[in-house]
Every structure is written in C-alpha cells, then in structure tokens.
Design a protein. Structure first.
Length: 86
C-alpha cells in the first residue's frame, strides 16, 4: 500500500469512529434496570413510550429478546426509532 493509501485508510477509520462516537452521544441515557447489558422492551419504553412490541422485535436483530447499543444505534440511524427531543 502506498503512503497516501495508508493515510487515506487511517483517516477513513478515524473519521468513521468519530462519526459513530458523536452519533452514539446523541442517544438518550437509558437505564439497564436488570444489568444484563441489553435493554428490554420495558426499559426502552421509559425513553421511547410509543415503542411497540412489533417495533422492538424488528430492531432486535439477533432475536435475543434484548436490544444492545449497536442495535439501538442502527434503529435510530435507520429511522426505526426517533430520539425524543431533550
């Protein structure tokens, strides 16, 4: 790889990380009441009161009955969930 190619690849990684970090910071704080590392429907409904069971199931990409940070970020990014105004 050329020096320019390496610099471009590094900058892309840094910018991608910065964008994902900035985006993650826009998500509201959501309590993980049971401490299992994912959010249940009830936990998410404390911040997203209009979230339905059907919508929850659709954003739970790995179907483990919990939504993790990546799944929630993807759902917000895709417009499946709208972050409430703060």
């Amino acid at each position: 790889m050329t020096r320019i190619g390496m610099i471009s690849a590094m900058m892309g990684s840094v910018l991608g990380l910065a964008a994902s970090t900035a985006f993650a910071q826009e998500l509201p704080a959501i309590a993980d009441a049971d401490g299992n590392g994912t959010w249940s429907l009830a936990e998410l409904q404390t911040v997203f009161p209009d979230l339905t069971e059907e919508a929850f199931t659709s954003i739970d990409a790995n179907a483990d009955a919990g939504v993790d940070q990546a799944e929630l970020t993807a759902a917000v990014s895709d417009g499946a969930i709208t972050v409430p105004a703060q």
